[in-house]
Design a protein around this ligand. Structure first.
Ligand SMILES: [Zn+2]
Length: 263
C-alpha cells in the first residue's frame, strides 16, 4: 500500500544548529516535497502523548531527559508528500542523523518507525490548518510496544535537577565516570556493559542500581550513557566473587549485553 504522506519533526537542536536547510535538501533528494510546515514548542504533555511507550513511573529518567531535550524551545513539523513518503522520510531521517547526530539525546530529527506511529503522531502534530486537516490512516495498531521499565527514581532524586547537572556531560561523547570499586582484591578484570537497544535508560540504570550496591544515581546514568556510545564500558572492578555477583544481578534484570573483561 502506497503511503503518499509523511512528516518529520525537526527537534530544537536541529533549529538551533541551523540544520534546516540541510534537512530540506535531503528531503528534495528523496523525492519528497514539503506541503506545510508548523512551528511548535513541545510541552511535557506533548512528549508523553507522542511517545506513550514511556510512562511516568517506569521511565522517569528517559522522560526527564526527553523533557530537557525537546520542550520549551521551538521545533518544526514538516508535512511531506511524495511517492512512498513513509519509507522516503525514514531514509531522510537516517541520512540526517548519520550526518549530524551527536550524542544520546542529540539526534536532530524524529520520524515515525511504523505506519501506526506515524498516523497517531501526525494526528497530534498536524491537523491545525486546511493543508494538514486530512487525517493520516493506518491499518496498524497506533501504539508502539511498551519498553522495559525501571525503578521509579522520582523517589530517590530530583530528576530535573539531576538532568540539568548531567546535560553538559552527555553532549557529544558522553563522559565516562569510571567503574565502581566493589569488594575484594582487584583481579585486573572488570564487568563491562555493552549497548542494548532492547533495553531502556531506565531499565539499564535500574539493573546497575541493584548490581552496584550504593552506586550514585548520577554515576549509574553516566555509565549507561557511555556504554550506549562506546559499546563496552567497564562498570565494576574488584574481587572475583563481587564481579560474579554483579554479572548475575545484571542478567537477572534482563541485561544481556554485559560480560567480564580485562580492565
Ligand atoms: Zn499545516
Amino acid at each position: 500500500m502506497d503511503h503518499p504522506r509523511a512528516f518529520l519533526l525537526l527537534k530544537p537542536d536541529c533549529l538551533r544548529l541551523g540544520l534546516t536547510g540541510s534537512v530540506e535538501r535531503a528531503i528534495a533528494r528523496a523525492g519528497l516535497r514539503i506541503v506545510c510546515r508548523h512551528r511548535v514548542t513541545l510541552s511535557g504533555a506533548d512528549v508523553r502523548c507522542l511517545w506513550p511507550e514511556y510512562h511516568e513511573a517506569g521511565h522517569p529518567l528517559a522522560l526527564a531527559f526527553l523533557d530537557r531535550y525537546l520542550t520549551g524551545e521551538p521545533s518544526e513539523v514538516l508535512h511531506l508528500r511524495g511517492p512512498d513518503a513513509f519509507e522516503a522520510a525514514r531514509r531522510v531521517k537516517r541520512e540526517v542523523r548519520s550526518r549530524h547526530a551527536a550524542g544520546p539525546f542529540a539526534n536532530v530529527v524524529h520520524g515515525a518507525q511504523r505506519h501506526g506511529e506515524m498516523a497517531r503522531q501526525a494526528g497530534h502534530l498536524l491537523g491545525r490548518c486546511a493543508a494538514c486537516a486530512e487525517p493520516f490512516h493506518s491499518d496498524e495498531p497506533p501504539l508502539n510496544p511498551p519498553r522495559p521499565p525501571g525503578r521509579d527514581f522520582r523517589a530517590d532524586a530530583d530528576l530535573t535537577a539531576l538532568v540539568d547537572e548531567l546535560w553538559p556531560l552527555v553532549q557529544g561523547v558522553p563522559a565516562d565516570p569510571g567503574p565502581v570499586r566493589l569488594d575484594g582484591d582487584d583481579t585486573g578484570q572488570a564487568v563491562v556493559l555493552g549497548s542494548d537497544p532492547e533495553q531502556t535508560l531506565d531499565s539499564t540504570v535500574t539493573a546497575l542500581w541493584h548490581a552496584l550496591p550504593g552506586v550514585e544515581l548520577r554515576h549509574a546514568v553516566l555509565l549507561v550513557m557511555h556504554a550506549g556510545y562506546s559499546g563496552g564500558t567497564p562498570v565494576a572492578v574488584g574481587g572475583r566473587r563481587a564481579l560474579d555477583d554483579c554479572l548475575r544481578i545484571l542478567r537477572a534484570h534482563g541485561v544481556r549485553a554485559c560480560w567480564r573483561g580485562l580492565i
